[in-house]
Design a protein around this ligand. Structure first.
Ligand code: FES
Length: 184
């Protein structure tokens, strides 16, 4: 999700003393990734991927560390990370709700599904609840067009979703463990 807009490069970055891009990651990237690219720009996506894989998202501090590692401008790293929807620039909640917004689902009441999620959690699309339990996003076709509207909660696919049932479904998930992306 492209959470950060360009001018936020000027925002203050929260710092932790431990680097996100660890020495082990750097040596792995040096050995495995850097030799494959003629310029450091090419290695940027693999570096972002390494961070997201390790932490489940890409903190601003990590982007600065990548910029330093690859000798790129921080703004270029941030622009690239914001451009690709697969990079999460904010931490995800413990549970990820993904409502399909493609045409079949839209036709079969997706808007009401999204609205029911928003109402149940008191957040907007792209936001995470204050308790860190749920993040709500919309995405493209989940491949269940025949049973639209569809949504994913963590790894569970829900078909023929009834808005009236959503609060209960989410309450059930709140009792379970998260979607598997570690938070450190
Ligand atoms: S359009 Fe929603 S699952 Fe295909």
């Amino acid at each position: 999700m492209a959470w950060i807009t360009k001018n936020s490069a000027a925002q203050k970055v929260e710092r932790r003393s431990q680097p996100y891009l660890t020495d082990a990651m750097k040596s792995d990237l040096r050995a495995r990734v850097l030799p494959r690219y003629e310029n450091p720009q090419g290695a940027l996506l693999p570096c972002l991927h390494t961070i997201q894989h390790a932490y489940g998202w890409v903190p601003a501090q990590a982007m600065l560390e990548i910029a330093e590692f690859l000798n790129l401008k921080p703004g270029d790293v941030i622009d690239t990370a914001s451009f690709y929807e697969e990079y999460w620039l904010k931490p995800k909640g413990k549970h990820l709700i993904q409502v399909c917004r493609s045409i079949a689902c839209e036709f079969c009441g997706q808007r009401e599904v999204t609205q029911a999620c928003k109402d149940a959690l008191n957040i907007d699309v792209g936001e995470t609840t204050d308790d860190g339990q749920f993040t709500l996003v919309e995405l493209e076709c989940l491949g269940s067009c025949g049973t639209a509207p569809a949504m994913l909660v963590d790894e569970t696919l829900y078909e023929n979703v009834q808005p009236a049932n959503i609060a209960r479904v989410l309450a059930d998930h709140a009792k379970k463990n998260g979607h598997g992306h570690g938070h450190h």
